[in-house]
Design a protein around this ligand. Structure first.
Ligand code: SF4
Ligand code: SF4
Length: 254
């Protein structure tokens, strides 16, 4: 089938599903959804995507830029309550790594770091989802199909990192400026960071990585020449709660 025709069929299928389906779901929603293909020329691919956060380069200004870039692009509402939505946010070091110690970690207890979904190798959020609204792609990205989410919040209970947020309110009424690059969500739906899968499909790096001034690295963990692998070879690194066996793919370079 010619690529233009294939693309048309994919677009028609997407339109039928409605605006709130994320295009990046379509590439590998093998069990969770319809098999539509949105892969574009020049899309970025990996056998295992991973992120490395260079804690020496993080400061408040850079972290705020990363959060702003992510939340603006993805229509993440800013709700002034403990039921706020967050895809990437700031936590002190002691909250993230209370179970680990190392001489290099002295004096870091109060230092603020970024945190987000770890896109785990063995994600409990996927195992407990009764509708397969959340699923792991072959390239390691853990995605959400917002249409399939029934709001049971089992995934939130399953995630040991607090990486998911539930929309207790209609998030749309909190959005002043709509981004047309990403669908909005509705009340009663869970959401989280998606490693910018829709940007990778267009050949772009994640928005937070672009905004980070080199503090966030992103690449294929199985490619020895990727920025992430090079950094992991050269620096000591940590992942959150390694004893749980979830296999986080967000590394902190110390
Ligand atoms: S960090 Fe939480 S939400 Fe993200 S993949 Fe792991 S278990 Fe799932
Ligand atoms: S990878 Fe994309 S979705 Fe995830 S925190 Fe960064 S900008 Fe947000």
């Amino acid at each position: 089938m010619k690529s233009s025709r294939r693309k048309f069929i994919a677009m028609a299928g997407f339109a039928a599903l409605g605006w709130s389906v994320c295009p990046s779901l379509t590439r590998a929603a093998t069990e969770a959804g319809p098999k539509l293909y949105f892969k574009e020329e020049g899309s970025l691919e990996a056998s295992q995507w991973a992120m490395a956060i260079d804690t020496k380069k993080l400061d408040r200004q850079i972290m705020n830029k990363c959060i702003e870039a992510c939340h603006t692009l993805h229509n993440v509402p800013d709700i002034d309550s403990d039921q706020n939505i967050k895809w990437i946010w700031i936590e002190p070091f002691r909250n993230l790594f209370y179970d680990q110690s190392h001489p290099n970690l002295k004096n870091k207890a109060n230092q603020p770091f970024l945190t987000l979904c770890n896109h785990c190798d063995n994600p409990p959020c996927v195992r407990v989802c009764p509708t397969r609204a959340t699923f792991r792609r072959p390239d390691g990205i853990v995605l959400m199909d917002f249409h399939r989410c029934i709001g049971c919040r089992f995934c939130m209970a399953g995630c040991p990192y607090g990486s998911r947020s539930f929309n207790f309110y209609d998030p749309r009424i909190y959005l002043e400026n709509l981004s047309h690059e990403y669908p909005t969500r509705s009340k009663g739906v869970v959401e989280k960071c998606e490693f910018c899968a829709h940007r990778l499909d267009k050949g772009q790096m994640p928005a937070c990585v672009e905004a980070s001034e080199g503090a966030l690295l992103f690449g294929d963990l199985n490619d020895s020449n990727s920025d992430v692998r090079k950094a992991l070879r050269e620096r000591y690194s940590l992942v959150r709660k390694p004893k749980l066996g979830t296999g986080p793919k967000v590394y902190y370079l110390i």
